[in-house]
Ligand binder design. Structure first.
Ligand code: NAP
Length: 213
C-alpha cells in the first residue's frame, strides 16, 4: 500500500513509519522539522498540513492516511490548533474519498468504575489540558458517517519499549493488566495500527490496545 503518515517525525509517528516500512509499504512521511532517517520506499515531505494545496498533492494518490498529528503538548492553543488541523485533514479525506486512521489519546476511554479516564485520577491536571484537543476531535467526528475513519486510543501509559505483538484489544473501555495498570509500547501500537491498515476491523469506530499479562 501507499500510505501517508502525518506526524512522521513524532514519538508515535516515527514508529508507525518503521512498522509500515518493515512490511514493505510505500510511505509518504509528512512532518515539520524533526529529522527522519532516509530509507527505501520512504519519501520525506517537510511541510505543514495547513498549506492545503501542498498537502492535497501529497495525499491525492495514497491508499490510506495514518495521522499521529500533534501541534505540540505545550502549544499555546493546543485544543483549537488540534481541532483546526483535523478540520483540514478530514475535509481533504472527504474530498478525495480517503480512508484514515487517527491516533488520539486515552482520556475519552472509560475506566473500571464507568468514569471517563479524563474524569479519573490517572493524569495530572496540566496533562489533561494538553489532551483536550484529541477529545474534542473524537467527540466531534466519531459519528460522522461521511468519513472513513478509525480512531485509535493507546493505553494510559504509552512507553518507548519493544515490539511484543502480544496485547489485547478493547473498544471504548480501558484494557488493564493483572496489576491493574494500562500500558503498551509505542512499537506495539504501531503494530496494531498497521494490522488495522492491512485488515480493517474497526472502520467507523475506535479501538484501544494494552497488555493484559
Ligand atoms: N506521546 C504519548 O505518550 C501519547 C500517548 C497517547 C496518545 N498520544 C497521541 O498520539 C498523537 C501523536 O502524539 P505524539 O506524542 O507522537 O506527538 P509528537 O511527538 O509531538 O509528534 C507530532 C508530530 O506532528 C507533526 N506536526 C505538528 N504540526 C504539524 C503540521 N502543522 N504539519 C505537519 N506535521 C506537523 C510534528 O512534526 P515536527 O515534530 O517535525 O515539528 C510531529 O511529527 C496525538 O494525538 C497524541 O495525543 C500520544
Amino acid at each position: 500500500m501507499k500510505i501517508a503518515i502525518i506526524g512522521a517525525s513524532g514519538f508515535v509517528g516515527e514508529k508507525i513509519v518503521d512498522e509500515a516500512l518493515s512490511r514493505n509499504h510505500i510511505v509518504e512521511a509528512i512532518f515539520r522539522r524533526n529529522p527522519i532517517v532516509k530509507r527505501n520506499n520512504l519519501t520525506l515531505h517537510k511541510m505543514t498540513i495547513f498549506d492545503e494545496e501542498i498537502f492535497e498533492n501529497v495525499i491525492k494518490d495514497v491508499d490510506l492516511i495514518i495521522s499521529a498529528y500533534n501541534p505540540g503538548y505545550y502549544h499555546v492553543d493546543q485544543k483549537n490548533r488540534y481541532m483546526d488541523a483535523y478540520k483540514v485533514i478530514f475535509s481533504l479525506c472527504k474530498k478525495l474519498n480517503k480512508r484514515i486512521i487517527v491516533v488520539i489519546g486515552a482520556t475519552s476511554l472509560i475506566q473500571y468504575d464507568g468514569e471517563f479516564v479524563k474524569n479519573g485520577l490517572v493524569y495530572p491536571k496540566p496533562w489533561l489540558k494538553a489532551l483536550e484537543g484529541p477529545d474534542l476531535v473524537y467527540d466531534t467526528y466519531k459519528d460522522d458517517k461521511s468519513l472513513n475513519v478509525t480512531f485509535v486510543s493507546p493505553a494510559v501509559e504509552l512507553i518507548d519499549g519493544v515490539r511484543t505483538t502480544h496485547y489485547a484489544y478493547g473498544t471504548n473501555h480501558l484494557v488493564y493488566d493483572k496489576n491493574f495498570e494500562s500500558r503498551v509500547s509505542v512499537q506495539d501500537l504501531a503494530h496494531a495500527i498497521l494490522n488495522e491498515a492491512e485488515n480493517p476491523k474497526y472502520t467507523g469506530s475506535r479501538f484501544t490496545i494494552a497488555y493484559q499479562e
